[in-house]
Write a protein that binds this ligand. Structure first.
Ligand code: MN
Ligand code: MN
Length: 268
């Protein structure tokens, strides 16, 4: 069973706000009469035996950013405890730290596959250790047993390179793609998709434009190639304020459907 949870949070974005509006836009795109709920592997997104939508986490319940992160981890841990796979609709990428933390606590051999233009390995950005530029640094320093493979990077700098070395991160930069078709990843996998991994031509509704990215089909080919058990996934950084005619919301909805199909095919 896949449990879908929206996390409408964007206060840890470094450049512009907007992703707090994303979960509603992704759900609207999923329900758009312009498409249907079929998934390319023959499953469907509206199968109540396979998928439940828990709605959005109510962030007004939390008094501070730290209590919110703890609340996110508790909400995800409760889903994990039921033996469900989690599919999170972000939100900016900072939410992936408290979300994946729940999986890291449950699965000692967890491996994260992150699709992103950015390594998100900063020790801090502008003094904020929980910025959307930092989630994977926080995860790997707290859970050194967790593996991380990054795909689509095109903003590597000296600091993030040293962080990648320190944490043993394997990364495939855009300039070096195509990556080996079989990534040779062991253990259960968590997939984190930052929509800015895509070329802005395919996904203009993001805060950070980094030209020279993946096409939607190239990203889908990576997702479809994952044969490990999948414990969870997220789609983050949709910024509806920057979108055009819901083009990127439809891409996010497509990715949510295909992630769900891949999770149904590779249950934990
Ligand atoms: Mn990014
Ligand atoms: Mn990111």
């Amino acid at each position: 069973m896949i449990s879908i949870l929206g996390i409408p949070y964007d206060a840890s974005s470094s450049f512009m706000r907007g992703p707090a509006k994303a979960p509603a836009c992704i759900r609207e795109a999923l329900q758009s009469a312009s498409s249907n709920l079929s998934i390319e592997n023959g499953t469907t997104f509206d199968d109540p035996i396979s998928i439940e939508d828990l709605g959005d986490l109510d962030l007004l319940d939390f008094e501070s950013a730290q209590s919110m992160r703890d609340g996110i981890t508790q909400a995800i841990a409760a889903i994990v405890k039921k033996g469900h796979q989690t599919l999170v609709l972000g939100g900016d990428h900072s939410i992936s730290f408290p979300v994946i933390r729940a999986h890291a606590q449950a699965y000692p051999d967890l491996h994260i596959v992150q699709f992103d233009a950015h390594p998100d390995l900063y020790d801090h950005l502008d003094g904020d250790r929980y910025s959307h530029a930092c989630p994977f640094a926080r995860l790997l320093e707290a859970y050194p047993h967790v593996g991380l493979t990054q795909i689509g990077i095109r903003t590597m700098n000296a600091h993030c390179q040293s962080q990648a070395d320190r944490f043993g991160v394997r990364f495939f930069e855009m300039k070096d793609l195509p990556a080996p078709s079989a990534l040779d990843i062991q253990g259960p996998v968590y997939l984190s998709i930052d929509l800015d991994v895509l070329d802005p031509a395919f996904a203009p509704g993001v805060s950070h434009y980094e030209p020279g990215g993946l096409s939607v089909r190239e990203l889908l080919t990576f997702v479809h190639s994952i044969k490990n058990q999948i414990v969870g996934a997220d789609v983050v950084e949709l910024n509806p304020n920057r979108d055009r005619d819901s083009q990127t919301a439809m891409v996010a909805a497509k990715l949510v459907k295909e992630l769900a199909g891949q999770m149904i095919a590779n249950p934990f």
